[in-house]
Unconditional design. Structure first.
Length: 906
């Protein structure tokens, strides 16, 4: 719009000038005639005054002069008229040429911009508008145009400074321009204003949008790096004598390809023990700069092996360094760490780890490539040969796209006349000036297979008054074939008839070749993917067969829909299906009763929400019966930690539950029998005490009577009476022991806090002042006691008092042959022990020690009833505790016991 108004003003002023020039010959002739007439008439009058007959001389000279002037004036007018007519024709041709040039500049498929002497944009063609989204009205004459196109001040200043150094003579200088929609595009500018200055233009240049090319080059570069790395790894593996030797070179290749200075590979055996470890040599450590060997932390790799998920840790300035806990990585100040499982046949055989001392951005395509690389290494390791071979020639990795070879053409449709520039001729394979430009000359060079669709596009553009664009091939005289893209726009008259079509052509051979090579690469990768998919399918079938043979119920549930993604046949049977194929794809609500499905859904949701493994035992009633299951539900997570599904395993423990119930019932029965035995024992012991007292009393009376009468002189009789008295005394002790044992089982527990330090002190005082006790602490050989810091426990004080009486009495008794210190103390976990240095015993008899009336020594060696330790065990069990013993002959004995939190009641 701006260009058209400027052109209109220029055309109007030029028209007025031309109309004034049309009258100029007549004006000149008239002026010449008047001046000449005045001169002739005046000169004759002056001459007449000097001769004899002035009247006749004046008249004759005037007529002659007027005739001469008239003829001369007519000749001069004719010559001037012809000269200006030729000038008008030249001006018209100039106008047509200017219009043609303007249309070419406005419509050529490259960007054209120019700056005036005020450093403002004065030219902004349609291609500039298309690429940037800014119209000519927004750019031309706008002092802020550069700010719009380059909003970042630093980048803009750097660009202007570089421009000032380069001047107005450069080619293919790539700038990043910001479009009206905020997107950034790369434009390659060429400026030859110094070589071809244009009046009124301080600087001008042409540009080509190379954004797609740059993206293509970046993608090809990345693909080149990936394919080249895989190729090198394949060669290394094939040539290496061992995996360790291969990995020494492979880690270096991966480090070079990824720019991660620290790379390591770990391989595991069947027991998941490190079988092969190989890493890069490390990087210099500051400040001394000494290189060290940097292994990948075993904790991180173990986590990846256990979860099967990639681990990506990136340093966050807002958080402490995640690697401070690892000494070597902490010294290196690692800020980026990646650990990828190496999987083959769905089995993790190792990990690939990368570390970087800087916070490196890890994009999804890079992580996907690392996953592919790790799996590729796994396949190479597992099969000792390469499964993927990517071969590409050198031209594939180096695409050169030249968009500056531009040809222009002007086709006069009605006359079928064509004008093109030298570059257009070169693009068609002609030497400039070799042939006359024509439609037929162009048509002869178009590939026979392309001419029909090109002419169809041309006809369609003329019919619909749309822009023309077509891609086609041209054949050079040397049979070389080049790809061309042609673009054009028609010029129409007032009636809508096309007069001319003006356009440009570009060589796109490089782009076409690149597209063809990419297609070939995709086909190669597709074939390799088919091979890998077949291998994965085979391994999957093997895994399914294995899972179906397991006795457990295996299933995988998707989070969003609660669909069954996978299960074995046993789980399908539980869901009412014949096999796994019938169950996969169905929701749990389709496979189970509503109440049961709701329970499953609640459990699954807990796993999805918490991200933690759920373990529980529960019974379910189905149409198939009541089942008891021991179930694990484990979350499945994406690399970012998001839970997308769960895998579950349920084991049928119905028979185990039934066995437990039977055991519980049997225990109840035994406890009932035990109570009856205790009651019977108490009754028998109580009833035996009275007859025993009578026997003991009458034996003593008989002995006294015989002594008084002097009849107790027979040693044998005296011996028999002593045996009766000792036996009745021993019988009394046994009955007392039975009563005590019975009372322990029948006594109501009084659970209160008991200070064991005070309790032990009371027991020792009792033993030292009890002369009737067989183990009284008296005489010169008194035993030393070492009492440690004992805790305060919750229990029955009377029963616990009996425990220490029996244990200390036992320790004193068996320490008498060799008096030694007796120690009472507690361990850190609350376990109490009583240790002596007495005679000890063989541990093979330890299980007999706590039985009633069980003795390991004869009564002649050590007195006692053999029921004291049974009482101790019964009391400890009443406190829900445990008691055990450790001993060696001649080294002493240690009794340990630990009380429970809640003493039981009978």
């Amino acid at each position: 719009m701006h260009d058209e108004s400027v052109h209109f003003k220029r055309r109007r002023s030029t028209g007025l000038q031309r109309r004034s020039l049309t009258w100029l010959p007549l004006k000149l002739a008239s002026a010449y005639f008047i001046i000449a007439a005045l001169w002739i008439l005046g000169s004759d009058f002056w001459l007449g005054t000097l001769v004899l007959h002035p009247d006749s001389l004046t008249s004759f000279q005037s007529i002659k002069g007027l005739l001469f002037v008239s003829v001369t004036t007519l000749v001069l007018y004719g010559l001037s008229r012809r000269s200006f007519r030729l000038q008008q024709q030249a001006d018209m041709m100039l106008r047509e040429s200017e219009e043609r040039l303007r249309l070419i500049l406005q419509n050529m498929p490259v960007m054209l911009s120019a700056f005036d002497d005020q450093n403002n944009m004065s030219i902004w063609n349609h291609e500039c508008e298309r690429v940037t989204g800014y119209s000519a009205a927004e750019i031309i004459g706008n002092p802020q145009a550069m700010t719009l196109l380059y909003p970042e001040a630093t980048y803009r200043q750097q660009m202007v400074a570089t421009w000032a150094k380069r001047g107005n003579n450069y080619r293919d200088w790539e700038w990043e321009m910001t479009c009206s929609d905020g997107s950034v595009k790369t434009v390659a500018w060429s400026n030859i204003a110094d070589c071809f200055p244009v009046p009124g233009w301080l600087s001008w240049g042409i540009g080509v949008d190379v954004t797609d090319r740059k993206q293509t080059e970046a993608a090809l570069h990345a693909r080149n790096r990936e394919v080249l790395t895989l190729h090198k790894i394949s060669e290394i593996t094939l040539k290496a004598q061992s995996l360790k030797a291969a990995f020494q070179d492979i880690v270096k290749e991966i480090s070079a390809a990824t720019a991660f200075p620290i790379v390591a590979i770990e391989l595991y055996d069947a027991a998941r023990q490190v079988m092969v470890f190989e890493g890069t040599e490390g990087i210099p450590l500051l400040p001394d700069g000494k290189p060290i060997e940097v292994p990948v932390t075993q904790a991180s790799s173990r986590t990846v092996v256990e979860t099967g998920q990639m681990l990506v840790e990136t340093y966050n300035p807002q958080e402490p360094n995640k690697f401070d806990t690892h000494r070597l990585l902490g010294q290196l100040e690692i800020k980026t760490f990646i650990c990828v499982p190496m999987t083959v046949n769905q089995t993790i055989i190792g990990v690939l780890s990368l570390a970087h001392p800087e916070a490196v951005s890890t994009k999804d395509d890079f992580l996907q490539w690392l996953t592919s690389l790790a799996n590729y290494l796994a396949v190479l390791t597992d099969r000792q040969r390469t499964e993927i071979a990517l071969r590409e020639n050198e031209e594939f990795f180096k695409l050169a796209l030249d968009f500056n070879r531009i040809g222009s053409w002007d086709w006069h449709v009605a006359r079928n006349e064509v004008i093109w520039n030298d570059n257009h001729a070169r693009l068609l394979g002609f030497v400039p000036g070799e042939v006359q430009a024509s439609y037929q000359a162009w048509r002869n060079r178009v590939h026979p297979d392309d001419i029909s669709h090109v002419e169809e596009a041309l006809t369609q553009a003329l019919a619909t008054r749309a822009d023309y664009e077509a891609e086609y091939r041209v054949i050079y005289p040397n049979e070389d074939c080049r790809w061309i893209v042609g673009r054009g726009r028609g010029l129409y008259d007032a009636s809508g008839q096309v007069n001319r079509m003006i356009g440009v052509v570009l060589d796109i051979t490089d782009r076409k070749q690149a597209e063809q090579k990419i297609q070939q690469l995709n086909q190669t990768l597709e074939q390799q993917n088919l091979v890998l998919e077949a291998l994965v399918e085979q391994r999957t079938a093997e895994l399914v067969t294995f899972i179906n043979t397991l006795p457990d119920y295996i299933f995988v549930i998707e989070r969003d829909t609660m669909q069954t993604l996978f299960c074995n046949d046993r789980n399908a049977w539980l869901g009412g299906c014949e096999n796994q194929n019938q169950m996969v794809g169905k929701t749990i609500f389709e496979c189970y009763e509503p109440e049961l499905a709701t329970t499953f859904a609640e459990q699954n949701q807990r796993v999805f929400t918490s991200g933690e493994t759920l373990h529980f035992q529960e019974h379910y009633t189905t149409s198939l019966g009541t089942f008891y299951f021991d179930t694990y539900k484990i979350p499945l997570k994406k690399p970012n930690g998001e839970v997308y599904a769960l895998i579950g395993s349920s084991r049928d423990i119905t028979e185990l539950v039934a066995a437990r119930q039977a055991l519980s019932d049997r225990t109840v029965e035994l406890e009932s029998v035990n109570r009856e035995l205790e009651s019977f024992s108490y009754s028998v012991s109580h009833d035996l005490r009275a007859p025993l007292r009578h026997i003991s009393g009458f034996v003593a009376a008989l002995r006294d009577r015989l002594l008084q009468n002097g009849h107790l002189t027979d040693p044998t009789a005296i011996h028999y009476l002593q045996i009766l008295q000792d036996s009745s005394h021993q019988m009394g002790l046994l009955i007392d022991g039975l009563l005590t044992l019975s009372r322990v089982g029948r006594r109501q527990m009084a659970a209160i806090p008991v200070n064991l330090n005070q309790l032990v002190a009371n027991v020792l005082a009792q033993l030292s002042h009890h002369p009737a006790s067989d183990t009284a602490i008296t005489g010169n050989d008194a035993i030393q006691f070492i009492i440690g810091d004992l805790p305060t426990v919750k229990g029955d004080a009377t029963l616990l008092h009996q425990v220490f009486v029996n244990l200390l009495d036992n320790a004193i008794k068996f320490s008498r042959p060799h008096p030694a210190p007796i120690e009472v103390a507690a361990l850190a976990d609350g376990t109490i022990f009583v240790r002596d240095r007495g005679v000890g015993f063989q541990m093979e008899y330890a299980d007999q020690l706590f039985g009633a009336f069980q003795r390991l020594h004869s009564r002649s060696e050590f007195e006692g009833t053999g029921i004291g330790l049974a009482i101790v065990q019964r009391i400890i069990h009443r406190h829900n505790g445990t008691i055990w013993v450790e001993s060696q002959p001649g080294q002493g004995t240690t009794f340990y016991f630990k009380l429970g939190d809640h003493p039981s009641t009978p």
